[in-house]
Design a protein around this ligand. Structure first.
Ligand SMILES: [Zn+2]
Length: 108
C-alpha cells in the first residue's frame, strides 16, 4: 500500500467515524420535525439541522476521498478529473484527497 493510499484510508475511517457520531442517516433528512412547542423542540430541530449540514459536508469529503482512492488504483492520482492537468504537490499536501485542480474545484 502506498503512503497516499494509507493517508486516504485513514481519512476515510475518520470521516466514517465522525458521520456515525452525528447519528444522522441520509434518509432521515426529509423527515425533520420542528415539533409544536417552541423551546426545547425548536432547539432540538435546529441542532438536528446543523447536524445534517455537518453530515452533508462530511459526505462530500468522503466522496472525494473515495474518488481519490479510485484514482490511486487507476494511476491517475494527482491529476485533475476534469482537465487532467497535475493538481500540484502543494495542493495535494494540503488536501491529499483533492481530485480537481484549483481552477476546476472553484467551478464546482
Ligand atoms: Zn482541472
Amino acid at each position: 500500500m502506498s503512503d497516499v493510499e494509507a493517508t486516504l484510508r485513514k481519512k476515510k475511517a475518520e470521516l466514517e467515524e465522525q458521520m456515525a457520531g452525528l447519528a444522522v442517516r441520509p434518509d432521515d433528512q426529509g423527515s425533520i420535525s420542528f415539533g409544536k412547542r417552541v423551546g426545547e423542540g425548536t432547539s432540538m430541530a435546529v441542532d438536528r439541522l446543523s447536524q445534517v449540514a455537518a453530515h452533508d459536508k462530511l459526505q462530500i469529503t468522503l466522496a472525494d476521498v473515495d474518488r481519490a482512492l479510485e484514482k490511486v488504483s487507476e494511476e491517475t492520482y494527482g491529476r485533475c478529473d476534469v482537465c487532467e492537468k497535475p493538481i500540484g504537490d502543494e495542493r495535494l499536501e494540503a488536501l491529499p484527497w483533492a481530485v480537481l485542480c484549483v481552477d476546476d474545484a472553484g467551478r464546482r
